[in-house]
Design a protein around this ligand. Structure first.
Ligand SMILES: [Ca+2]
Ligand SMILES: [Ca+2]
Length: 457
């Protein structure tokens, strides 16, 4: 596939490519602006890039994973600081340096992911930083002046909206699980961002403070303490939020001990915590070493289920009866699972009814299979819908096997007249009409619907 048609096929790739282009353009523009002196660098520019890149990388390292693929950190506060301190070019240069160092070197993410994250941060910082400059936003200590409030608030709002907006848009278009609980993701992205922005303003005030000596050291130490301590506090709060979801989940299970009944609610709650394909509900009985599939957790994933991280041993994998359905495969499998191995088994379920039995040679004509009475092979058994005793073209018919057995499987619930298609050399015994009538609801089974025949000499 050419790269152009791949772009057409995937809207997520289009977003990714546009963001990467915007980031590359922003870096080129920042370098040009600084090289031509259109934007003055000021003293200590290179050192500040270096320090902010290290701080930003550490922010990524100690960031907070959110349920799903979300990940939030103070890095937006670091780029906000860069923009407020020396304008958008510093923000645009700090963003990729910090993100790539943090995600690649400290978080050990794949290079493509780190570059992708860097592109979103760089492009978003450029747009928000340029908007800030366009609104007359001032840099350095003046950024905190009361008359800079409008540009400051604009930057506060634009920066996360653009960076997170393009990031989550790309995830959603790529059908990756961008968030499993959107409210939880949005809440914590916002809390972490506002906190990091507040710290950025605090650091800006400290770095440009007119106080000297011991007071500055004291304020700096307090701010450093707040910066370092706030991370674990937020991390615990996110965890508490997740635990609240788990508590809802356990209450849903406890309210009604029948998982099958409360399954929809459980599904709804569980999918907010973890990507769906990794879910499985099983009841494990250590005494019998049986693993029972209690509920199909992956109804939206073509019925796939999985059990991860089981210790190596023998298992019985069993499915519980599903209301109004019958099994079309074994209802349990015995598996021996060596370490690090995986096994795959299928459970079939259908709403269709099942009628089965034998056509047999009824030597004593009593309608019962007695000793010495054998099955009749290749006899036609049919469902006589119009009850005229004749197999019509629109009526379902099957042939008996070598032992005289038949099975009618492909019908939904209803009332059925089962008959043998008698020939000139055979007749029904009991009942004399040859008709056996069964009424079955969805998924029900009628076995031993036997049909006695005798030979006519
Ligand atoms: Ca008999
Ligand atoms: Ca008929």
């Amino acid at each position: 596939m050419s790269s152009l048609s791949r772009l057409k096929a995937s809207p997520a790739l289009v977003v990714r490519a546009l963001v990467a282009l915007a980031a590359a353009g922003a870096i080129a523009a920042a370098v040009t602006a600084l090289a031509t002196g259109r934007v003055s660098r000021g003293a200590g520019f290179a050192q500040e890039i270096l320090v902010l890149a290290v701080v930003g990388a550490l922010a990524r390292r100690y960031g907070i994973p959110l349920p799903g693929k979300g990940f939030t950190s103070y890095i937006l506060g670091v780029t906000a600081y860069a923009i407020l301190d020396r304008g958008w070019p510093l923000g645009v240069l700090v963003a990729p340096a910090a993100m790539i160092t943090g995600d690649l070197a400290l978080r050990r993410l794949p290079a493509a992911t780190a570059l992708d994250n860097a592109a979103h941060l760089t492009a978003g910082s450029a747009v928000a930083g340029l908007a800030y400059a366009r609104l007359g936003g001032t840099t350095g200590p003046d950024a905190l002046a009361p008359d800079n409030l409008l540009p400051l608030v604009t930057l506060l709002v634009l920066l996360p909206c653009i960076v997170n907006g393009t990031f989550y848009l790309q995830l959603a278009l790529g059908r990756a699980i961008a968030w499993v609980d959107a409210r939880l993701t949005a809440r914590w992205e916002a809390v972490v961002y506002v906190c990091s922005f507040g710290l950025a303003l605090g650091w800006l005030a400290v770095m440009h403070a007119n106080v000297g000596g011991i007071r500055l050291v004291g304020i700096g130490a307090a701010l450093l303490g707040a910066t370092v301590a706030s991370g674990p506090v937020i991390r615990r709060a996110v965890r508490a939020d997740e635990l609240a979801l788990i508590q809802d989940l356990s209450q849903a299970i406890a309210r009604d001990i029948s998982l099958a009944k409360s399954f929809q609610r459980i599904q709804e709650l569980a999918r907010r915590l973890v990507p769906w394909e990794h879910m499985g509900f099983a009841r494990y009985d250590a005494a019998s070493n049986e693993m029972e599939l209690v509920a199909d957790t992956a109804a939206t994933d073509h019925g796939r289920f999985r059990f991860d991280a089981l210790p190596p041993r023998k298992y019985r994998l069993r499915i519980t009866p599903v209301p109004n359905r019958r099994a079309t495969t074994p209802v349990f499998y015995d598996l021996t699972l060596p370490a690090a191995a995986s096994r795959s088994r299928t459970f079939g379920q259908t709403y269709n009814i099942l009628i089965s039995g034998r056509v047999f040679e009824d030597l004593n004509s009593n309608g019962v299979i007695d000793a010495g009475e054998v099955g009749l092979a290749s006899v036609t058994v049919f469902v006589d819908a119009d009850n005229d005793g004749v197999p019509d073209s629109d009526e379902l018919s099957v042939l008996t096997d070598a032992a005289g057995r038949y099975a009618i499987t492909a019908l939904p619930s209803g009332t059925f007249n089962i008959r043998v298609h008698t020939t000139s050399s055979s007749a029904n015994t009991v009942p004399g009409s040859g008709r056996r009538t069964v009424t079955l609801s969805s998924g029900q089974v009628a076995a031993n619907v036997n049909l006695g025949q005798r030979r006519i000499a």
